[in-house]
Write a protein that binds this ligand. Structure first.
Ligand SMILES: [Zn+2]
Length: 470
């Protein structure tokens, strides 16, 4: 009922010969997949048998076919900030990134803190979105951290979770009451963990490079302190708290320990935090010679991407951290402490980013590089199996949000992602479907590429035929 994508009549599709990887059924092997009337109709020999003459056959040999990926952390910028992104462009970028569902954040203008605005977003999504759009509601009115938003009516209007993302509720009493209400209405709470007093006006990770570059530091403790607070409050109230876009080693350790005790707490990681470090802000030369060594595959001496020092496409909140933090995030994903990967896709217009580092807004786009970077850093390095990675984009977010997605079970919605795990390509900012181009991964050679995105049985995006299949 929360899904705002309206199913249209679609013709039957048979995906032939792909490697089906579905963690929800422990499936990993070659099989055909039949999609009929917007649903998964059959898998394996039965799919082949059931496909009639009218069925469109799509060759998927050599490709992975998995449940449609979910990104639970996306800023679609509607309402009110359509110079940065729109429902149409943001969801087009999601489709190109292999995502069939996105969860949009409420720090819009005005904020999504009441039932009417939720209804507006859902109507707009039904008309203009290419993928399923799930809406989150604010924890507090105007995301100001003071007065609770009307949580019951937000739930009734169809939000899947509460968050003040972009901001963090500082008042522990307000947060405690929010958690108690959220529990009554059976809603998970997601938190952007930032202690304002500790972070103050920091713009990059507090450490060696902030000292060298003369930029104000955003210390790791500014995140860890709120993660620790959230663990205490989750334990007290029994409400699940999901800590968004974790960046610091200490946060991972806190969550690991709390989960062992059974505290209802979880965390998410973003590709930029497990790929880049604060050294990138000193410019590409220094990065490739330090934390960037052996990060990218070098083919025939192909040039590495370059960028200047103080590039504002490396400014995000929370900031890029040290190589040790980056390793800890990877470790947390590998051992299951962090069950979810999200992009924190945060579009900003060029004119907003083309200012001094201190003045630029925090945030980068991420939907179209997310799957590739995750494959490179986690699967191609042997830290995670393909199935375990896919779970972080499917089972993980579906369970947290309690949405009927993230599976290829017979009868499930026919949301399917097809990708080539080994295909090498170069990401170009100009080719992005997002309205904004604020990505740090321009001209990066990547390994692994989305090839086709199917929502409700309909092929909504397909890589142009370069070499045969798909
Ligand atoms: Zn955030």
């Amino acid at each position: 009922m929360h899904c705002v994508y309206s199913a249209r009549r679609v013709s039957p599709v048979l995906l032939v010969g792909g490697r089906i990887v579905d963690p929800s059924q422990n499936l990993d092997g070659p099989a055909d997949l039949l999609l009929l009337d917007g649903k998964v109709a059959a898998l394996g020999p039965e799919a082949t048998r059931k496909a009639d003459a009218k069925t469109e056959r799509i060759q998927a040999t050599g490709l992975v076919v998995c449940p449609g990926l979910i990104d639970l952390h996306v800023h679609l910028r509607e309402p009110g900030q359509t110079a940065k992104e729109t429902m149409a462009t943001g969801t087009a970028a999601a489709a190109r990134g292999g995502f069939t569902s996105v969860v949009c954040m409420p720090n819009t203008s005005p904020a999504i803190d009441n039932a009417t605005t939720v209804a507006l977003i859902r109507e707009k999504a039904a008309r203009e979105a290419q993928v399923n759009v799930y809406v989150t509601g604010a924890i507090t009115r105007g995301i100001a951290g003071e007065e609770l938003a009307p949580i019951g009516s937000l739930k009734q209007a169809g939000v899947v979770a509460l968050t003040d993302d972009g901001h963090c509720v500082q008042n522990n009493e307000v947060m405690r009451r929010a958690l108690e209400y959220a529990k009554m209405f059976d809603l998970p709470v997601m938190d952007h963990c930032q202690d304002y007093a500790l972070v103050s006006d920091g713009v990059m990770h507090e450490g060696y490079w902030s000292a060298i570059l003369g930029l104000r530091g955003w210390p790791a403790i500014g995140e860890e302190m709120i993660v620790a607070r959230n663990i205490q409050l989750a334990e007290l109230t029994g409400t699940h708290i999901h800590c968004q876009h974790l960046s610091a080693a200490g946060s991972v350790e806190l969550i690991r320990e709390a989960r062992k005790r059974g505290v209802p707490i979880s965390g998410e990681a973003c590709p930029h935090h497990f790929t880049l470090t604060d050294a990138t802000i000193a410019g590409s030369d220094l990065f490739w010679r330090t934390d960037g060594q052996n990060l990218l595959p070098r083919r025939n001496g192909s040039p590495l991407p370059t960028w200047p020092s103080y590039d504002t496409n490396l400014k995000m909140n929370p900031p890029l951290r040290s190589a040790r933090d980056r390793e800890a995030i990877l470790e947390g994903l590998a051992d299951g402490t962090l069950e979810i990967i999200g992009s924190d896709h945060a579009p900003h217009a060029d004119f907003e980013k083309e200012v001094e580092f201190d003045y630029a807004p925090f945030g980068i786009t991420g939907l179209e590089t997310e799957l590739s970077l995750s494959l490179m850093r986690l699967v191609h390095t042997g830290k995670l199996s393909l199935s375990d990675l896919i779970a972080k984009f499917t089972l993980g977010p579906a369970r947290l949000l309690r949405i009927a997605k993230g599976t290829l079970n017979v009868g499930a919605d026919a949301d399917v992602t097809v990708f080539d795990p080994d295909r090498e390509w170069i990401f170009q900012r100009e080719s992005s479907a997002s309205k904004s181009k604020n990505t740090p991964f321009h001209a990066w050679p990547l390994v692994g590429k989305p090839m086709m995105t199917v929502v409700g049985g309909k092929v909504i995006w397909r890589e142009e035929k370069a070499n045969g299949s798909v």
